[in-house]
Design a protein around this ligand. Sequence first.
Ligand code: ZN
Length: 87
Amino acid sequence: MRLALTAFLVICGCAGFAAEKNVAAKPINTVCPVDGKAVDTKGSFVAAKDANDKPIIIGTCSDACTQTVKADPQAYVPAAVANKKKD
Ligand SMILES: [Zn+2]
């Protein structure tokens, strides 16, 4: 348990960890992973998990892209983390 917590802190960074408590869920990306357009910050987001099993929010540019990501969130995680269009 202590090891897991330490790893979590290392991944997040102390400042980020402290700040996250008071911030609403925000997408990790600003580029839609489906088509490369700018993420609509007022749009609906898709919950997923990154390669370290950490919960993340994937933002998209439109409802259509949200549905596309929802159909297979893990397929879009690498692109969302890299903040670019899926290859
Ligand atoms: Zn899109």
